[in-house]
Design a protein around this ligand. Structure first.
Ligand SMILES: *[C@@H]1O[C@H](CO)[C@@H](O)[C@H](O)[C@H]1NC(C)=O
Ligand SMILES: *[C@@H]1O[C@H](CO)[C@@H](O)[C@H](O)[C@H]1NC(C)=O
Length: 492
């Protein structure tokens, strides 16, 4: 998933509306003994593998309860497995972090990548039980077209070749939208595609049957996003997937929200398909402002390129006006405004074994093509970054004086230069750039000194006489294993 900064997501993921838990739970408790009996025979079942201490599991719990109760009525069971007790069962299912959610279809598992809020879970699972593309009878058309937030209906004769394309797209996007096909539909003359939605204009029509897979996907992507919605954990991913620049209007009072809404919504309509706009409630997600290099002072507006991560805040000296918003949006689309690059000051002395990289010395240190560079992107609050620190310091010392640079950057206080070809999705992120190339290699091994040294020595163009010290790793191995829960990343 394309995400600008881990902090973005933590901010959006952190809140949960519901605190209480039902006394009578509809979530099935499964153990090694009864797992198979409950899962194998089920057409569709959602299973959460959790640990009682895991924070994200705790925030999911009340949502999961609500979803269980409603899905029970739809005949879809949902279950949970405590991995601190059922360790083997969890290992068998390849559980590496908590919570891990899997959908079992006739006993076969696939990862659950849906939302973590009750409404989202319910809608996702209900879509899973439908065929990817439903054949809809004329008398069911109205009900079917209103059965979800976005329903895509193909209007095509029974033997139309284009049904194949529709089915292909439906299979690809079945988790997000409901798809159906009918032979006739009063909303369109002849063939076409109708996208029904519970917002904005209510429906969009793609006339005729000369669509391709690409144009159909584009039609769906463009029209399934509201002109201007309020962003939150349930729709965040959708905006990321849309891959268009995203304008955020931060508000803290209803007055701030409505002050610009008419004009900004008109602009959003004009720029549809080029740029998305959202409202964001500063009372809940004010911390997200930092990701746009904005201060927490409202109302505020900024645009982010969700693909490259670069950001364009409106400076907060004077009052926010619609003219400023429009000028920025036009400028970003025309490519005439410079992105804002946040940087800590360049360290005066930088002679420690691990080089300190900030945005303003990134070119000088990391883009020095004579050197091989290993760089860690960290966050001050990230526990695994802290556990890595001593190992990383030792690496710095071992490679000191060589042409292999060991570097680190606090990615919460520094932006990546806009020409860097990746964004940071979690902490720590470790990358390596070989001397002479501008490409980065991901380090995905474990965080032992031995493995890091092996990785560097295998990949570096410059050579250094450094050997792995196995002793040091014996200490490191005593540390808790890495769980996905502790690698801070997208939880939406
Ligand atoms: C599975 O077994 C455990 C332990 O005996 C029990 O608490 C749980 O209710 C059982 N689950 C189901 C769905 O039967
Ligand atoms: C790291 O992985 C290597 C195998 O590549 C293994 O020998 C070593 O024990 C692992 N170390 C830790 C700390 O997990």
């Amino acid at each position: 998933m394309r995400l600008s900064a881990a902090v973005a997501l933590v901010g959006l993921a952190a809140t949960s509306m519901f605190a209480g838990v039902n006394a009578e739970s509809d979530v099935l408790d499964l153990t090694t003994k009864n797992f198979s009996d409950n899962v194998k025979g089920e057409k569709l079942i959602l299973v959460e593998f959790f640990a009682p201490w895991c924070g994200h599991c705790k925030s999911l719990a009340p949502e999961y309860e609500i979803a269980a109760t409603q899905l029970k009525e739809a005949g879809i069971p949902i279950a949970k497995v405590d991995c601190t007790v059922e360790t083997e069962l969890c290992q068998e299912h390849g559980v590496q972090g908590y919570p891990t959610l899997k959908v079992f279809r006739d006993g076969e598992a696939v990862d659950y990548n849906g939302p973590r809020k009750a409404d989202g879970i319910i809608s996702y699972m209900k879509k899973q039980i439908l065929p990817a593309l439903s054949e809809v009878a004329a008398e069911d058309l109205v009900t079917f077209s209103q059965s979800d937030r976005v329903v895509v209906i193909g209007v095509l004769p029974k033997d139309a070749e284009k049904r194949e394309i529709l089915e292909k797209v439906a299979k690809k996007y079945r988790e997000e939208f409901v798809f159906g096909v009918v032979e006739e539909n009063p909303d369109v003359e002849g063939s076409g595609i109708v996208l029904y939605k519970k917002f904005d204009e209510g429906k969009n029509i793609l006339k005729g049957d000369d669509f391709t897979e690409e144009s159909l996907v584009e039609f769906i992507q463009t029209n399934s996003v509201p002109v201007m919605d309020e962003i939150g954990p349930d729709n965040y991913a959708r905006y990321m997937d849309a891959a268009l620049p995203l304008g955020y209007l931060f508000f803290s009072t209803p007055e701030d929200r409505t002050k610009f809404s008419a004009e900004v919504e008109t602009l959003a309509k004009e720029l549809k398909g080029k740029m998305n706009f959202v409202y964001i409630d500063a009372a809940k997600y004010g911390a997200h402002a930092a990701n746009l290099n904005l201060k927490e002072s409202w109302p505020a507006f900024g645009i982010q390129n969700v693909v490259s991560g670069v950001k364009y805040p409106i400076e907060q000296e004077g009052d926010l006006t619609f003219e400023k918003i429009k000028a920025l949006a036009d400028g970003v689309l025309a490519g005439t405004v410079e992105p804002s690059i946040k940087s800590e000051p360049i360290p005066e002395t930088n002679d420690e074994p691990v080089k300190v990289v900030v945005a303003h010395n990134y070119k000088e240190i990391v883009d020095d093509l004579d050197k091989d560079v290993l760089i860690e992107f960290y966050a001050p609050w990230c526990g695994h970054c802290k556990s890595l620190a001593p190992t990383y310091e030792r690496l710095g010392e071992l490679y000191k004086g060589s042409e292999i640079v060991i570097a680190k950057m606090d990615a919460t206080t520094n932006d990546l230069p806009s020409d860097v070809p990746f964004i940071i999705q979690g902490f720590p992120t470790i990358k390596f750039r070989k001397a002479g190339t501008t490409e980065y290699i991901d380090y995905s091994g474990n965080r032992s000194e031995e493995d890091l040294i092996k990785f560097i020595n295998t990949n570096a163009v410059n050579k250094a006489d450094v050997k792995a010290d196995v002793e040091a790793d014996v200490e490191a191995e005593k540390e808790e294993p890495v769980t996905a829960d502790e690698i801070e990343h997208d939880e939406l």
